[in-house]
Design a protein around this ligand. Sequence first.
Ligand code: PMP
Length: 360
Amino acid sequence: MERVYNFSAGPCALPEAVLLKAQQELLNYNHTGMSVMEMSHRSKDYMAIIESAEQLFRELMQVPDNYKVLFLQGGASSQFAMVPLNLLNRNNKADYVNTGVWATKAIKEASRYGKINVVASSEDKTFNYIPKLDQAAFDPDADYFHITTNNTIYGTRYNELPDTGNVPLVGDMSSDILSKYYDVKRFGLIYAGAQKNMGAAGVCVVIVREDLLGNAMDFTPSMMNYKNHADNGSMFNTPPTYGIYLCKLVYEWLKDQGGVAAIAEVNIEKAKLLYDFLDNSALFSGTAAKEDRSIMNVPFITKEHKLDDQFLKEAAANGFVNLKGHRTTGGMRASIYNATPLSTVQKLVDFMKKFEAGNK
Ligand code: PMP
């Protein structure tokens, strides 16, 4: 069977070269006579895999030496609790920006542990924009300031990071990590689920500045305390070994592509192709505010949603799958993460043009 054009928001398309490499190494990894799934996490071969994954990731993200990189489990959603449990440790309060469902969940979870101040929200327009941030509303005594750098469901992203002064900035980077350059130094902590730009679901990568470690709340479960993971090189317990191995393969692939700077250029070109078409179409239109448009997730609709279902049906019949928008927004969404080549976006645009011509 032919592989489809997969626009899923995550888990999503992975680079074919990565899948082939995993296949090739599946039964007998590096002459060990076993699969990576079958080896002890403390074996020499596995230690080399996790160390290489961390090294490559540090290189790709230009992670400074005073930050730890942790490979954890529980998805990005576990971080909604781990961040406050570990970081609400001085004044027991934090600032959050509400830019969608994931931010809302993060706010709800953090509110169980301290006083959460929502400094801005775009809920009034179904989160289709990034709210303007007024620094006067920031609490200088907050223990941290939380944003979602890219909003997967609505296709919005920050063009500029908020200046939070000495208050550590925390970024949920699940859907745009490694898609463009981010200055890690601007953040106290970054977290991202792996299932978009890094590999398979199950792994969550955390980058945390060392001085923020070691002050978790007393009742923090051991598994949720960053310091335990940091002190044990992400081996406080059995880590998600195969998932981390897949991350390593994706990082190698990304390095082969020329790294983050090179993929960012391709990503901008891909997004421009799609947005230019949407902006000039009589049938289709994008739903996110132009100035805040994501280069990873592109939500769109047909005029008054009238032909959404028909479009999705015909698209699927032609091999363009997982284009249905999130259940809370409807319409369509094309997720075009790092692994989606420009040629695939071109094929989608060609198909949309054809659909439009046939439905005048
Ligand atoms: N944050 C963002 C921005 C997301 O897109 C997602 C998942 N789509 C999550 C958090 C939750 O991730 P997980 O399902 O891995 O917990």
